[in-house]
Design a protein around this ligand. Structure first.
Ligand SMILES: [Fe+2]
Length: 245
């Protein structure tokens, strides 16, 4: 029977793969439990997502994950998904904060890559690491393609945006957060995101969702003219739907 009370959203994303989110429960400060994860997944599906790469944090002190901790959580998650009836494909990887904890794993060749050997890396927030170029180079030597998670969010790039071009030329791909275009992460992130858009440097869009508040921000944003402008520019250019799951 037609359900008149179901909240409808007509606005859809122009891609169907989310490459960055914190929906895997039990490994970081994203989804609180399986029920919350299902709620977040259903909300993503309403926006047109049918493939999701789970990317929990790996970082010193707070989320000291490794492939074993993540795979154990993923196994529990997959069992629950089997009975959920939701038609979504998943892959599991991580968002590696570039600190001693992650770099120790890289040094020992311990990785949990995204599909097609991509590695999602997250800069330090205070300042860019002096060895960032070396890290990007070394990952490629190991046959990985590094993707920088939300490079627009690092305030130290606002006054040196040419650095984005250097990093991109060095082989790092850029994943920009959709929420950055809303101003949610501040004026600097917004200005960086617009600059990356205008300079054709955006390779992926990501939700980076941790909770329903983030979903609601994205849901509202994709109904706007601003979103349609961004979609028009990036349609056919971003690589979100190119992964082999
Ligand atoms: Fe993230």
């Amino acid at each position: 029977m037609f359900n008149f009370f179901r909240k409808k959203t007509n606005a859809k994303l122009f891609y169907s793969t989310d490459v960055h989110c914190h929906i895997l429960p039990g490994v970081d400060h994203g989804a609180k439990d399986l029920n919350n994860a299902i709620e977040l997944i259903k909300a993503q599906m309403d926006m047109g997502i049918n493939q999701i790469i789970l990317t929990p944090h790996i970082t010193k002190s707070t989320f000291e994950n490794n492939p074993d901790t993540i795979k154990a959580a993923y196994e529990v998650f997959c069992k629950a998904m089997e009975t959920s009836g939701l038609d979504v494909k998943f892959a599991v990887s991580a968002e590696y904060r570039l600190d001693e904890f992650s770099l120790a794993q890289f040094g020992k060749d311990i990785f949990i890559p995204m599909p097609d050997e991509h590695i999602l890396i997250e800069n330090a927030y205070q300042q860019e690491r002096l060895d960032l170029d070396d890290i990007i180079f070394d990952l490629q030597l190991k046959n990985f393609t590094p993707i920088m998670a939300h490079p627009e969010r690092f305030p130290y790039y606002t006054d040196r945006k040419e650095r984005f071009k250097q990093l991109h030329n060095a082989g790092a791909l850029f994943q920009v957060n959709l929420m950055s275009f809303t101003g949610y992460f501040g004026r600097r992130a917004l200005s960086n995101a617009e600059w990356l858009l205008n300079n054709d440097l955006i390779d992926f869009l990501g939700s980076d969702i941790h909770n329903m508040e983030h979903v609601e921000i994205i849901r509202d944003f994709i109904k706007t003219k601003d979103y349609r402008r961004i979609a028009k520019k990036l349609e056919g250019r971003i690589l979100n739907d190119k992964f082999n799951f």
